[in-house]
Structures are given as structure tokens and as C-alpha cells.
Ligand binder design. Sequence first.
Ligand code: NBG
Length: 828
Amino acid sequence: MAKNNNSIFFTEGSKVTQDSMQTQFAEHLEYDLAKDKNTVTSHDVLMALALSIRDRLVRNWIRTQHQYFQSNVKMVHYMSLEFLMGSLLEHSLSNLGLSEEINKLMKEFGYDIESIIKEEPDMGLGNGGLGRLAACFMESMATLEIPAHGYGIRYEFGIFEQDIENGYQIEKPDHWLRYGSPWEIVRPEKTYTIQFNGTVTAEWDATGRERFKWVNTDNVLAVAHDIPAPGYQNKTVNTLRLWQAKATDEFNLIDFNQGNYLAAVEGKNISETISKVLYPNDSIPSGKILRLRQQYFFVSATLQDIIKHFKLLNKDFKAFPDKNTVQLNDTHPAIAIPELMRALMDIEGLEWNDAWDITTKTFAYTNHTIVPEALEEWPESLMNTLLPRHMQIIEEINRRFIEEIKSKYSKDNGVIAGMSIIRENGGGDKSVRMAHLAIVGSHSINGVAELHTEILEKYLFKDFYKLYPEKFNNKTNGISIRRFLKEANSNLSELISASIGDEWIKDLGKIKKIEKFINDKGFKESWREIKKLNKIRLIDYLGSQINLQVNPDSMFDSQVKRFHEYKRQMLNVLHVITLYNRIRQNPKSDYVPRTVIFAGKAAPSYVMAKLTIKLINSVADIINNDKETGGKLKVLFIKNYGVSLAEKIIPASDLSEQISTAGFEASGTGNMKFALNGALTIGTLDGANIEIKNEVGDENIFIFGNTADQVLDIRTKGYNPGIFYENDAELKAVVDMIASNFFSANEKGIFDPIVYDLLHKDYYQVMADYRSYIETQKKVEAEYMDAENWTKKSIFNVARMEKFSSDRAIREYSKDIWKVQPMKITLK
Ligand code: NBG
């Protein structure tokens, strides 16, 4: 692009001084977008601004990559099928330290930065916690100057857009790339061939060794698209490399030669579907062949990329694990284990033992869920067709592993069958347990909160833990402080910085200093004022989407996360109906006005989760239109939850609902985001809630319900939810209302499956925790009435969040698992 100051964007008499940012902006508008001030749209403004910001990132990006290369540094490769990045403009501005300057500049040009930011579609390449964690980790790795790459798929369609029609969730495609992304840079030179299907041949080489070849395969190309991942106000810019599937040029020759040109081209479309769409399932399996193709596609491209890079700088593969460490984000990329084995043996010519040693030293595996249906298994028949060489390798890994079990651990056939990578399902039907493969092929296995890791060791992977105790470790999750406090809650972040300085942004331990203000009236008033401003900002942001009056002085009580039965949005609904009944029965009593906020998507195939969304909307309809409840209770379902919405809802919330059945939420990260923004948690002793409680102190959190041990105990002894219904009049009234179509007069019977489940199954023990939850909500109200006291607790929550910074998590991964050191980028 030409660099001059004669852009047609500047008009005569413009007050703007033409320094480089202004020039860049104007030039991008003119030369990249071919617009002048008469034709410019808000989308053009976004693009031009983003491209100008990217220009600023690029120099450091090149320097960073160059310095990594020059010093042949050990790299972290974070392999993840999901990266829920959210929007990048505001974040890049903040990390570059340009927010104020650009604010001013845009104002001078007559634009409002807020609306430009709103224009950017979220990069929603993930479902929920797991994908967002990957994004927070990218940010922390860059901030801590850890040499790292993220590797994933450039889905053309990210997580679906959720609409609500007549209370039901409707899914619409998320065409985030419709008008192109200003952030990505295509790297045609980084294109790799990915093989599928075909057969395996074996021949003896000159040294008398059997060599395997994977031949007659169907090939697809993987093309790299790079996104910059900048650190907070340093020079590090790491890379998020996303692969796009492209057809090879090898047309189907038979079709082609017979003059059937179109049929020949059709094959191309099929191969390109690999990177079309993200599977919208969170903690439930898809089991689809395309999903396995996606997994292998990005894993193979990534390993080819890593190996190619390695060979430019190193000769001996033994050094591979000293230069590379790969973190497998759940089992989704676990096929990387046989793929690296294949590459090392079949392509690079290494022997099994050497290849295995390198492989296990390279990989580390993070488990993110114990929900049994989410543990991936692939049918052997599918693997044999799609990845025949990998299936052979897996069989050999398993054969050797079983030998190891027998010699070191147990000869019991039951134990062996339970640990085997290949599950025998009877009748010759077999499947590959990806978690077992990941455990056997990695040197580290971690859970994401203390309780979760304990559950892995004690139950889910008990035998593996006994066999390999040294492999297991805990790494409690964390969140990006920059994104979720500094950017999302700029008012609070300014108040904090004005009071204690801004070191907390890079070192969250420093935020403790705000504890000295707990008795400072002015500080506390500002604290409350900011919460109220954030509520108003949220209401404004939602605009016409909500057609009811929301009271910014009411308690904002939020449960925002994916819909899943174990997360128990149902329990929250039962509380809402209970409150409604109490208000109707005693309208004159004192109530804390509440706005109960729900947001979240359900997997399109998850019937119960979708029905829960419908129930919430139906309950909201009745309650919000009942004059009796008026200012006391409102229910809000905010549609299309995503990162940008989270950044608005969380800072506006007073109460954070973290009410999963104990033992099921591996960690949770929303819980951390709310506490960091001064919301108090009502929650079970589950996931990271336990650690939050330990940090903030029992008096600053509301804990209720059965513990994980009790939940298990109840289940083992035989659980009868009907008893709770019979013995609790208030609960009975609530369930009866749902059953008698109080909320579904026009669609009678639609909630019958919910009622049936609550009374007869209730796997997640909603009924068992109801009473304790209701009583605890009562305590919440009492505490909320005392604003001074509540504010104190809110401050304590924020002050004690050090542990939940993703910087802490990344430091632990770097030291304990990856063995990597930070590298300061010094190149000029
Ligand atoms: C989710 C867990 C959360 C956890 C995130 C990040 C999956 C499969 N798991 O509890 O449910 O916080 O992972 O670790 O998305």
C-alpha cells in the first residue's frame, strides 16, 4: 500500500494533524476499501481501523517470530479444535496501549468508537469454556512472553447464531467471514497435504526393516491463516494459526476425461467442507465422521508444520521434545499421538522405541470434563477406513500398553479391559477411547480445578493414576484479566488504577491493595455507582431487544453459560417460580427487586436443554406481564450469548449463579469472571467454586447444596426425587404449576418431559438441592439489603482474585509441564 499523506480522506481545512495512525486509517479506507467520505459505511470504518491497528502489530509480529527462529527456542503448541476469541479490535487497542489515542482520533473523524467496536463480529470459533480458555491462554502466553503458537481450524461458520422464536431456540448460521476478516493473513506457502482413506502397504527396506506406506489416499490441502495474538503492552506477538481446507488440483480424472467437468469439480466441494463449520456441541458428542476428519485434518497440518520448522534448525529428532511441547486441549487433537508416530517412523525413518520416546515427551493432555457422554470414542471400523495406518499404530500402542499393565500393574482381565485403549463392545464391535490414548501417549495429564483433578485420579482414571501417578497434575483454570476486567469494565478498572496504580493489570496479586478501601465511604460509593452505570450500559446495549422496563436499582442475578442439565438452569427456574409465588401470596412484604438474567446456547440436538430455554421464556412471559410482581421480579433471557455479550453482562451483575451438581463442572471460568467484576457467587462446592471460596473467605460467598461425595453417595444408594416433591409444599406447588400448564396455556403438555424427569429421574439432583438453594437465596437477599456490607464483600471478591488470572495458570503450565522460559523480544 502506498504511504503518503495525500489521501482523499483528508478534506481541506481538516483539523486533523496527519500523523501516521491517521494517515494509515485514511489510506486503508482509500486504497484497500476504495471509499471516500461520501461512500464510507460503518463497516468500512471498522475495516480501515482494524487494518491500521494490524499494521501496528505486524512489525512486532515479524520481530517476534524472527527472534524465536534465530534463537531456536522451545515452543509451546497449543492444539485446540476451538478458539473462542471474541472481538479483536478493542482488545488489540488495549494491548497496544492505543485505546485513548484512537478514541480521540475517531471522535475527530466524527465516529463513535463504541459503535465501531460493536460492528465487529465475534470470532466465535468455540462452544464455551474450553474454547474461551484457549483464547485466554493465548493472551496470557503473549503477555508473559512465552514462545507459543495456537493451532486450530478456520471454521467458515463459527458457533451458530441463536435466535428466539415463540420462546424456542432457533439456530442460524454464523457467517462471520461474510465480509472478510481484517485480522487474518493467508500464508499460501504454508500449505500441507492431508491424506485420508487409502490402504497401507508394507515392504522390507535395505536394512531389513519393515516399512509401511500409506497409499492411494484421498487428499485435501490445509492452508494456514494467521491471526496475531499480542501481549499486553510488550513487544511479543504470537501466532494463532488456523487451517482452512482446500481441494487439491487433482480432479477426478475419470470424470474429467469423460467430459464430466462438473462432477469432477464437485469432489472439491466435499473436501472443502472439512473447515466449513464448528460442531455446536458442548460436552456432548457428535460422533460424526466429519468431526473425525476435522480432528485429523488440523492435527496433521499442525504436526507437518512443526516438523518442517524443526528440521530447518535441528538435525537429530531426539531433540524434538527439547524444542517442542504440544498441549492437547481435551481429546479432540489426541489423534496427534499416532500421527506423530507415523511421521517419525514412516516418513523420517525412526524406530518404534525412539519414536515413542519422542512422542510421549512431546505431548501433554488436559481433560476438561467428566461428563461420561462427552468422552470421545471412535468406532474401529471408521478409523480403519478413514485412517488405516493410524489404526494399525493404535493397535500396536495398545498391545504394548497391555503388556505394560500386565507386567507393572495387574493381570486381572477386567482391569485390563477397563484400561485398554481399544474397547471391545461385543460382537466384534470395537472402539478407540481417545482419553486412554491421550493418557498413554502423554507425559502429563491435568485436570482444570483441584476437585476435578481429584475426581480424575480417584474415579474416572483411577487405574491410570495408580499406574502413572507422576503423570497426573492439577492446573486450575484462569481468565484474562486484561479482557475481562480492564476492557470489559473500564470504569471499575479506572477506579482501581486511580486508587492503587495499574500494576495489577500485569500482576493481579497487586489488586489486594484495594482492601484498604473497604471502609472508605467515597470509594464504596463509586464502586456502587459503577455497578449501576454498567447495568444501564447493558440495558442500552440490548436496546430494543428487550421490550420491558428493567430497573437498574434491582439486583442483577445472572446465570450465563451453555445450557446443560448438569449446570442446572432448572434449579434457577424453580427458584424464580418460588419467588413469584411468594410475591403473589404476600405482595406487601419487603422484597429485594431482582432481575434474573439467563443467557446461553443449547446444542441443537440437545432436547432437554432446548426445552429448558423454552421454559425460561414461558416463565418470563407470565412473570414480566404480571402487574402484581411489577418492580419486584423480572426475568430476562438474552439471546445469542457470546464473548462480547459476556463482557457487558458480567460487569453489570450483582449475583453470579454457579449452581452445577457438585462433581460435574470441571472448573468453570464464568465463576471467575463474575467474581473479578465484583459479583458475589451463589454456588455449590463444585469445580473452581471451591477454590474461589477458599480465596474470598466463607463470608463473601454463598455456598449451598450437597457436596460431590454426597451426590455420589445419594446416587449409589438409590435416589428418589419424588420424596422431595412430596415433602416440600413450596417445591410441590412450583412443579405442579409447570405440570398444570400455568406457563404453557397455549401449548399444553410441552413441559411434561421436564416434570417427568424432575419427579422420576433427575440425574443431576435438582430436587435434592432445592431447599438448600432457596434458603441460601433468602440469605443473599438479606445481605443485599445492606448495601454497605454487600459492597464490602464485593470489594473482597475482586481483591482476592490473584489465583484466577490466566497468567498464574500459564506460569504453572510453563514451569511444570512445558518447561519453557519467557523470551523478551528485543529486536529493533
Ligand atoms: C469445560 C468445562 C468447564 C471448564 C472448561 C475449561 C468442556 C468440554 N469442558 O467446567 O465444562 O471450565 O471446560 O476447562 O468444554
